[in-house]
Design a protein around this ligand. Sequence first.
Ligand code: NAD
Length: 706
Amino acid sequence: MTPFTVTIADGIARVVLDLPGESVNKITRGVRDELDAILTSLGADATVRGVVLLSGKEDTFIAGADIDEFVALPSREAAHTLVRTGQALINRIPSLGKPVVAAIHGACLGGGLEAALACTYRVATEHEKTKLGLPEVQLGIIPAAGGCQRLPRLIGLQAALDIILAGKVLPARVAYRRGIVDDLVHPAILERVAVDVARRLADGWRPTRPTGGLKGWLLEGNPAGRALVFSLARKQVLAKTGGHYPAPLAALDAVAEGLRHGIPAGLEREARHFADLAVGDVSRALVGIFFATTALKKDFGGAEGVEPRSVQRLGILGAGFMGSGIGGTAATQTGVDVRFRDTGLAAVGKGIAGARHILDARLKRRRLTKFEHRRLTALLSGGTNWAGFGRTDLVIEAVFEDLEVKHQVFRELEGHVRDECILASNTSTIPITRIASVLRRPERILGMHFFSPVEKMPLLEVITTAQTASWVTATAVDFGRRMGKTVVVVRDEPGFWVNRILAPYLNEAGRLVAEGADVREIDRRMKQYGFPVGPITLLDEVGLDVGLKASRVLHEAFGERMAPVAGLQALVEAGRLGRKTGRGFYRYDGGRRRGIDESVRDIVGAGSGPTPADVEDRLVYAMLNEAALAMEAGVVRTPRDGDIAAIFGIGFPPFRGGPLRELDRVGAVRAVEVLRRLETKYGPRFAPAPALVQQAEQGIHFYLKT
Ligand code: NAD
């Protein structure tokens, strides 16, 4: 079985790639070797006047280079050789002396698009599966098979940088509008159109492509304009990445080099940057995240092999902020029937309106057709009684965070649903076992902890108790995935995973304010570390009351280590709940932040002294140490789950690979050293996790070293 089939008819060779034993086409060593031989033979065959490159797969053209091969690269030199070989192969396409047409249906990404860019002409199908892009920087590398050279020459410098620097993937329609593909056709006629174009090209016809006009020339057609574009792009990259991600800057340099000194020089620069990046820490961390999320898609948290049951009808208890978000996202993503219940009609109405808002936003962004929008909106209903709950397959509770209230609603709920209906709580902190204690059938309850805003946040923690049946876990995980979430199954311990590791970090930030640290300085330091927002901003967003409530639960469970800062209660009592009340640590007006609220200091009783020492270590190690403790307690099953949940739930810096991978990078010996120093200076809350001490003694890590 070989990857390619070549047929020649009427002077046109159809080269079809269909990688045996794989669901998608990717560029492997075997593919490269055979394509090389095919190009040699087609080049020498005088009967062949043109070539069409096609895929035999249902919905990929070429998904990119083989990531396994790239991960296994042992050295910089090996990476450099690999890229140079790939570049030489792709360069053979434009120098074949015969027109080559790429006939693209399905994913055309990375090396796949770079091969297509080397072709004379690109035809793509107008189909939702057809997507084109250069996502390399998302894996910490750059397009290094000519992508940094050919894309700017085809569509202009700014348009190309927009794609390369952000690792964008575009729907076929948009790729056509931007000039990446020359023609857009129905899948049924793709091959016919491509063959026809190859023939016309062989007869001497040439496509005319837009030049970008005077504005394009002023900005890009001369060195001064180009220098301006590069300098702006560099500034934007640095602002966005905080300098933590080297790949976009390397790509920028490879593009610049090629435009200044020609394609061969640009290609050599691509190869050099690729070789450095491919064996670097950032790329290894980002590739780790890619593999982890891929593996999580097939992981049922210990309920493997158990068939998830179908969920057609969803009930939501409590149509507040979270309830409406969950209901709206479920309807949008899965098309299930959603029935809300709340205590008053006004609350029900508000909840349905909130859910509808999610659908409206998708319609506005053209992610839904008007027809789909109408159909999905009709799935939302609600009331103050139990009508409709007798037919639900899953009910998610999102009432107030109060055990008494939760007990009361679950007791009542059990009398209105079928025995097979799964009951889930969206509680942020209350142990599910405590909620389940009043139920007749505790085996069908679990936690489904969504994050706000539900429609945007990618993570779902599914919390199982010792009694949760495996089919219940499998069904909740499956439904979470249908809702578009990355699902991590965690054990029922206070705070679960995300809130548990977040709490000591936020508490420490509160302590620093109480000691006189500048609020903005704390936020700035953590943004510099790589978090999307600082801890004080996060507290204001989450709500100080919510934070305090969570802190109390964790304090009760874990003792002094998690004690909330005294000032937090005072702020809540003063009605400063964060953004939602217009005042927290910062002031807000009309939804916009208006600067720091100086009077906070009077309330938390702090003098305004200089920024205390150890700001970064205290904040970061509060979280890292808690992650080590929770991992040791078995809250997550693998370091992978813990890291992914921290990245997707809190925004832990992806380039660090997650808190546990970061601990591995720092090394247990050093981590224990830092923690002991902090413990001596600031108290026993920094006592190093026993797991870290053991790792330091035995020279082991959370992850197996490869
Ligand atoms: P919310 O106050 O916005 O909504 C709660 C809703 O529950 C209100 O509409 C209220 O009328 C309703 N309710 C109260 N008692 C009820 C009853 N007996 N029957 C039916 N409805 C009842 O609160 P929220 O922020 O949406 O939080 C809901 C749950 O989600 C809490 O357990 C919270 O810990 C959890 N949670 C919140 C967030 C967040 O960021 N807000 C994040 C994750 C989880």
